[in-house]
Design a protein around this ligand. Structure first.
Ligand SMILES: Nc1ncnc2c1ncn2[C@@H]1O[C@H](COP(=O)(O)OP(=O)(O)OP(=O)(O)O)[C@@H](O)[C@H]1O
Ligand SMILES: [Mg+2]
Length: 392
């Protein structure tokens, strides 16, 4: 267990119970609502390569911030540095205005739920929850009240005398959540907490976590590589790749306005047409596609005429009936390769401007035209929905 710890060691550390220290070097630009600040944070495990490159991230009090990204992109490392189980190689991490670089984990007052942060198997549910309070020196009556309240929050009070082995995976995860909340932390970190659960339970727990976040007013930093989970639960999502934040934005912005090709590809389904910038002006790009057609697009991170680009278009923003097309729509020829029936939608794979993996999604309505493979059609989209991004 990579992030595991020994019980005796934990108890001993907590019992020191020293006040929070390490106020040296608090940067002055911290604003009142900035709760968690990563300030030029870098991390290297081997002293050679940086797995976190230059992280600057500010999380507001009460925010639900999700770190989303592919495996190995540095999400857990960031969370471990915030929790205090890893030290930053460079830079500063602040919590509520204080530099916590030198503060040990148990003095940061942070609740944690990890996929592999197991419950103590030899203790009952009640003892598991009581333990973090006991080591903080809390009296029995207060402990019992807090344990009851935390178990009620996750609707598990009736399981107080069971041992972890007598609980299902989902129930254990609820207890782990209750244990993270039992000492009233203002910040809770969760690393893939629902990874081991089946889809239905996972969705239920997403709802419960979101509800607890709202009702308790806590700040949550959540890690997942499930984009659906990130988009439904978060106030903002930080998309990680290669040790860097690629984009930090509310869910709808990430989907509607990806700022680079990685984000456009990683979030949702995306069509990409390679081309060259032919003309560029404020808010408008004219792109010559591989087969010579010229299309209008919205320039995002392209800066000069002659530059290569990938034009990104969401499949549901593509229309093939002229009367359905928004005013100013751009039209282009396409060949139908296959149509897949998916119940509520029909998914057509098309050949467009030389690319044969172009996808168009159509709602499966009563009057929807049937398309057959080999057929030539005209499709269109609004230039606003065609975003000129950098080549990958
Ligand atoms: N303790 C460690 N020692 C050495 N290298 C490590 C250690 N922990 C992580 N790494 C490396 O750092 C990089 C980032 O790992 P990290 O665990 O932060 O990724 P992640 O985004 O959480 O991935 P996943 O989605 O698979 O959990 C990876 O290349 C990983 O191999
Ligand atoms: Mg991880």
């Amino acid at each position: 267990m990579r992030h595991g710890f020994r019980l005796s060691q934990f108890k001993e550390n907590v019992q020191e119970n020293l006040p929070l220290h390490g106020e040296n070097g608090v940067a002055t630009e911290t604003r009142a609502n900035d709760f968690v600040v990563f300030d030029h944070v870098q991390k290297s495990y081997d002293g050679v390569s940086l797995v976190v490159k230059d992280l600057n991230l500010t999380i507001a009090k009460g925010e639900f911030l999700t770190m989303l990204g592919p495996s190995g992109s540095g999400k857990t490392t960031c969370l471990m540095m915030l929790a205090g189980f890893e030290t930053a190689t460079n830079g500063e991490i602040r919590l509520d205005g204080r530099n916590i670089n030198l503060v040990p984990p148990h003095k940061r007052g942070i609740g944690m739920v990890f996929q592999n942060y197991a419950l103590f198997p030899h203790m009952t549910v009640g003892e598991n929850l009581s333990f973090p309070l006991e080591v903080r020196g809390m009296g029995k009556d207060e402990r019992e009240a807090k344990v009851k309240r935390a178990l009620d929050m996750v609707q598990m009070y009736s399981f107080i005398n069971r041992r972890p082995a007598q609980l299902s995976g989902g129930q254990q995860q609820r207890i782990a959540l209750a244990r993270a909340l039992v000492f009233d932390p203002s910040l809770v970190l969760m690393d893939e907490p629902l990874g081991a659960l089946d889809k239905q339970l996972r969705e239920h727990m997403q709802f419960e976590i979101k509800h607890l976040h709202e009702s308790l007013g806590i700040t949550v930093v959540y890690v997942t590589h499930d984009q659906g989970e990130a988009l439904t639960m978060s106030d903002r999502v930080a998309v990680f790749n290669d040790g860097k934040i690629q984009q930090l934005a509310p869910p709808a912005d990430l989907y509607e306005r990806p700022e680079n090709s990685f984000v456009a590809q990683f979030i949702g389904e995306n069509n990409k047409l390679p081309g060259v910038i032919e003309e560029l002006s404020e808010g408008k790009a004219l792109v010559r596609l591989a087969t010579g057609e010229l299309i209008d697009a919205t320039p995002v991170n392209v800066t000069a005429k002659g530059q290569k680009t990938l034009v990104s278009i969401r499949p549901e923003r593509v229309e093939f009936k002229p009367e359905m097309m928004p005013p100013g729509a751009h039209m282009i020829g396409a060949e139908v390769i296959e149509v897949i029936y998916m119940g509520d939608i029909l998914r057509a794979r098309l050949k467009v401007a030389g690319s044969d993996d172009f996808v168009m999604k159509m709602r499966n309505t009563l009057g929807q035209t049937k398309l057959s493979p080999g057929e030539t059609i005209r499709i269109g989209w609004h230039p606003q929905d065609a975003r000129a991004l950098e080549p990958m």
